[in-house]
Design a protein around this ligand. Structure first.
Ligand code: ARG
Length: 467
């Protein structure tokens, strides 16, 4: 009896046709174990489902399946207990796990890969990982939305300036401003949930690219791994990374929202604005200027879009020119997704912490709400509503009154009736009622408007959605 050839220097998984092992540089560029070990749990989960199916379909003997099952559990506990030795020579997580399984149970380990390839294996593992991450992102978004709802409810009727071009536009309510972000993060939530539904098809059993001649039961493995169904085309199954791209795209849009909000917090917490006070827990000091309290968390959240969108762009570029089916280029998918996922979760958690802790400075908000001629539109609307003027004329008359107030160094409500009438003789004392900011926000009762009554309706609607 002769032993099977076992070239000592070439790879034990695929070394059959190789006489020599890889160059050290080849090994370095080829290995993914440094990062794909993060998918160890998913890899073992996938292998367990595959082995169970091989047993159920009679492809493997029950004794082999049992040995594989036990062996995989041991490998998992070794990895979880940090006792596992990861080897770069073994390239990736799939081969590291299988090699250890072989050490533990011997021959049956070699039967695990029946009807499977690393191509469908890695696609399955990575999908399981991304799916978990979509779930974690959903939870992170829900926590942030709840924190925003608390702020919105507390300050549903607190007035503040609304801006366009960062110039005072019209008064709005604090609650309304918070709820604008609830809408944005709510859409992010929708994108994450949509992506999860779309990606939930199992690649396992697509094998290398063409399917397999073994009588595998792909529905069984799909169900065991929590997928809705097996993917319907084996070529697509092993070459698809849409799920990663969708995650990165959704993460990028979410990061845009986080960044915009972070920018507002940076502005609002400045001494010039004083709209909010951030908690000590989410601020830092300066080593030289004792008075400084810096919004570092907000600034870093604002910056995170760089790497998250970078990851999205990088993977788009990796995928765009690849012929079907698998190409090794696709190994470059994981680091991008891992990094984006880690940083998105961190940014969501930091933003949730900041929003929970921050104090809106009601007085500063109110003072700012009344300055900058913020109720000029209310005055123009009054001229239309009460005097029946065309809006364009009303706009012009209001403009002259703003110019007059500016010249006098006062706000619109500080002009007297004579001054008002100098712009239009029919103006009455009643006009002053619409110049107050409270009146202004209370009047904006159109659906989706800033009036406290509308804000409270939206808070109630969202509480139902996220409860
Ligand atoms: N480490 C590889 C990856 O992440 C696993 C798949 C390898 N497949 C292959 N045909 N070489 O993509």
């Amino acid at each position: 009896m002769t032993d099977a050839p076992k070239p000592s220097s070439s790879n034990q998984m695929w070394g059959g046709r190789f006489a020599a092992g890889p160059d050290a540089i080849m090994e370095a560029i080829n290995a993914s174990i440094g990062f794909d070990k993060r998918m160890a749990k998913q890899d073992i989960e996938g292998s367990r489902a595959h082995a169970a199916m091989l047993g159920a379909t009679g492809i493997l003997e029950p004794s082999d399946v049992e040995a594989i099952r036990e062996g995989l559990l041991t490998v998992l506990s070794e990895i979880e207990g940090n006792e596992f030795h990861f080897s770069t020579a073994l390239e990736d997580i799939h081969m590291n796990v299988e090699a250890r399984l072989k050490e533990l149970i011997g021959e049956p380990a070699g039967r695990l890969h029946t009807g499977r390839s690393r191509n469908d294996q890695v696609a399955t593992d990575f999908k399981l990982w991304v799916r978990d991450q979509l779930d974690a992102t959903e939870q992170g978004l829900l926590a942030l939305i709840r924190a925003l709802l608390d702020q919105a409810e507390a300050g549903a009727d607190w007035v503040m300036p609304g801006f366009t071009h960062l110039q005072t536009a019209q008064p709005v309510t604090w609650g309304h401003h918070m709820m604008a972000y609830v809408e944005m993060f709510g859409r992010d939530l929708g994108r994450v949930r949509d992506a999860r539904v779309r990606m939930n098809e199992c690649p396992l059993g697509a094998a290398a690219l063409a399917g397999t001649s073994f009588p595998v039961d792909r529905h069984m493995t799909a169900e065991a791994l929590g997928f809705d169904r097996p993917s319907a085309n084996s070529l697509d199954a092993v070459s698809d990374r849409d799920f990663a791209l969708e995650f990165l795209s959704a993460a990028s849009i979410c990061a845009v929202h986080l960044s915009r909000f972070a920018e507002e917090l940076v502005i609002w917490s400045s001494a010039q604005f004083r709209f909010v006070t951030l908690s000590d827990r989410f601020s830092t000091g300066s080593s030289i200027m004792p008075q400084k309290k810096n919004p570092d968390a907000a600034e870093l959240i604002r910056a995170k879009i760089g790497r998250i969108f970078g990851a999205n762009t990088a993977l788009m570029m990796v995928m765009k020119g690849l012929p079907l089916a698998y190409s090794k280029d696709m190994q470059e998918d994981k680091e991008q997704v891992f990094d984006a996922a880690d940083n998105l979760m961190l940014a969501l958690a930091a933003m949730t912490g900041m929003v929970t802790d921050m104090t809106a400075n009601r007085d500063s908000l109110a003072t700012a709400a009344g300055s900058g001629f913020s109720t000029a539109t209310d005055l123009a609307d009054w001229l239309v509503r009460v005097l029946g003027l065309p809006f364009r004329d009303a706009h012009h008359i209001t403009g002259t009154l703003v110019a007059l107030a500016e010249q006098k160094g006062c706000d619109l409500p500080d002009l007297n009736l004579d001054e008002m009438q100098s712009a239009h003789a029919a103006i009455t004392q009643e006009v002053f009622e619409v110049l107050g900011v409270e009146n202004s926000v209370n009047s904006r009762i159109s659906y989706g408007g800033t009036a406290p009554v509308r804000v409270r309706e939206q808070v109630a609607r969202w509480k139902d959605i996220v409860s």
